[in-house]
Design a binder for this molecule. Structure first.
Ligand code: FPP
Length: 254
């Protein structure tokens, strides 16, 4: 199933259906405490757990967390190893609780570079939670927005080569079917913690009309109150999707 990417905006003051987060600031949180950066990542995993629960309680449908970008491989080897280890241990320790709370877990990104063990756990976690219809938790791991567009282009050209499509059939809607998350609502709200104001190759295609929210809070400190502030900011915005403010106001009253 695929969603209509030109679907009308949700009515004003609504909760975002899909929240996407860049969890930045783990390293600085640790450095401020004279701890190794990896201690920040461990605290970051606890913050992720809190925010999953808060999103679930608020009735948000999809939460996408940017856990590891395609570019993060260039970090010092010990930090990469600890992050991989953290994903595996977090997955092992959380999967039961996530399943019990009706969370559906999904991964996006290129799994090719992960260890066999980690890949096995990822597949198993997706399989185990596939029928859950509560919060969908998407973990972007070895993900990059440019990689996503490239993999969609590759798959659509394979369909052309196989004779299933003509080049002229490749429209925005058609290409969208090949992008990650094509079956989910597009992100309504993008949050980046840690004070930087950039997208860092996250969901480039999917965030064409997403509302952006930046906060100085470092990710390990991020909590339900911070999420509340971000949701309130979202609710106060008028989403126009290329229309005029008057058109949006009129359609809201129609
Ligand atoms: C960015 O902070 C954070 C990361 C690259 C890793 C994110 C991982 C976690 C939050 C922990 C595990 C999460 C899950 C879902 C299992 P940074 O290191 O760039 O911080 P800095 O900008 O302060 O250096």
């Amino acid at each position: 199933m695929s969603v209509d990417i030109d679907a009308p905006p949700p009515p004003p003051n609504r909760l975002p259906r899909h929240v996407a987060i860049v969890m930045d600031g783990n390293g600085r949180w640790a450095q401020q405490r004279s701890l190794p950066r990896t201690a920040g990542h461990r605290e970051g995993a606890k913050a992720a757990r809190r925010i999953v629960q808060s999103c679930d309680e608020r009735g948000i449908e999809v939460l996408t967390l940017f856990a590891f970008s395609s570019e993060n491989w260039h970090r010092p080897r010990p930090e990469v190893d600890i992050l991989m280890n953290l994903f595996l241990t977090t997955l092992r320790s959380e999967i039961r609780r996530l399943d019990k709370t009706n969370v559906r877990l999904r991964f996006i990104g290129d799994p090719g570079a992960f260890s066999d063990t980690l890949r096995k756990y990822m597949i198993e976690a997706e399989r185990r939670t596939v029928a859950n219809d509560g919060l969908t938790l998407v973990i972007a791991a070895n993900y990059g927005g440019r990689w996503d567009i490239a993999q969609a282009a590759r798959r659509v050209s394979e369909a052309v080569l196989a004779g299933h499509l003509q080049p002229g059939d490749i429209t925005v809607d058609r290409l969208h079917h090949y992008m990650c998350l094509a079956d989910l609502p597009m992100p309504d709200l993008f949050i980046r913690t840690g004070g930087e104001q950039r997208i860092s190759n996250f969901l480039l295609w999917q965030m064409a009309y997403t509302e952006f929210y930046f906060t100085d809070r470092l990710w390990p400190d991020y909590d339900a109150d911070d999420l509340e502030l971000a949701c309130a900011a979202f609710a106060s915005r008028q989403r126009r999707f290329g229309l005029t403010g008057e058109q949006v106001a009129l359609s809201a009253h129609a």
